[in-house]
Design a protein around this ligand. Structure first.
Ligand code: NAI
Length: 246
């Protein structure tokens, strides 16, 4: 029960890393709010959360839509009275080589992975400021640090998230709000299902631990950073990549 009675919002919580994090947070005593634009997967994850006995809510929200983000945050405050943790996990890819990337591919990845992070945090932070406490965790990526072929748009957002994390850590620290990012390596989810098998094999062979990651690896890192055990950790980017980045 490392985050007992904390209220956590997890964006993109219906599937993949977000879902695993929601289930782990519920097991560790948190009240979990998942938001996702995939309603069917969201309802399914909500049912799994509730079957553990946890208090949980699901909101169908597109993080690019500021009004629906605000409604979700207001409803969470109304239900639980506070918001302790925000995990900006929702993210997408739309890969193409630079010469082939369309404006639409560029815009949609920026909208979800970067503006979505801004929208959700801007809606939650006034509540955390009033409380004098809060934790914000952002999903970056090894790609945001080292770049990747075919991921101009995605790399820009994941590097942007690192800049955002450090800026907010400086801006919000005095208000009792900690802000950190996680930079996962290649984690087996629907997102990496789109990556060619030979690229995944190459990444695995370059990983000192000799395996790809699983959502649980990232969820465990989020749990640590969200917990009071990490109370003096602020503005950091934690690699969860089996050593891929070293
Ligand atoms: P996923 O594709 O399995 O799950 C992402 C979830 O976000 C889905 O449930 C999807 O419906 C939701 N989502 C997407 N756009 C949304 C929007 N506009 N509004 C609300 N919900 C939205 O992805 P995965 O692998 O679990 O990734 C989670 C995060 O971790 C992403 O930010 C991703 O960029 C990041 N990441 C993932 C890595 C991997 O290897 N899987 C590596 C590094 C970072």
């Amino acid at each position: 029960m490392r985050i007992k009675d904390k209220v956590a919002i997890i964006t993109g919580g219906a599937r993949g890393i977000g879902k695993e994090t929601a289930l782990l947070f519920a097991r560790e005593g948190a009240m979990v709010v998942i938001c996702d634009f995939d309603a069917a997967a969201g309802e399914q994850t909500l049912a799994e959360l509730k079957s553990t006995g946890a208090r949980a809510l699901f909101f169908k929200v597109d993080v690019t839509d500021r009004a629906s983000v605000q409604n979700m945050v207001d409803a969470t405050k109304g239900e639980f009275g506070r918001i302790d943790i925000l995990i900006n996990n929702a993210g997408i890819t739309a890969d193409a080589f630079l010469t082939k990337m369309t404006e639409e591919q560029w815009d949609k990845v920026i909208a979800v992975n970067l503006k979505g992070v801004f929208n959700c945090t801007q809606a939650v932070v006034p509540i955390m400021m009033e409380q004098g406490s809060g934790v914000i965790l952002n999903a970056s990526s090894v790609v945001g640090v080292y770049g990747n072929v075919g991921q101009t748009n995605y790399a820009a957002t994941k590097a942007g998230v690192i800049g955002i994390t450090k800026s907010w850590a400086k801006e919000l620290g005095k208000k009792g709000i900690r802000v950190n990012a996680i930079a996962p390596g290649f984690i087996i989810t629907d997102m990496t299902a789109k990556v060619p098998e030979k690229v995944l094999e190459l990444m695995q062979s370059r990983t000192p631990l000799g395996r790809l990651g699983v959502p649980r690896d990232v969820a465990a890192a989020y749990l640590f950073l969200a917990s009071d055990e990490a109370s003096y950790i602020n503005g950091q980017v934690l690699g969860v990549d089996g050593g891929l980045m070293i």
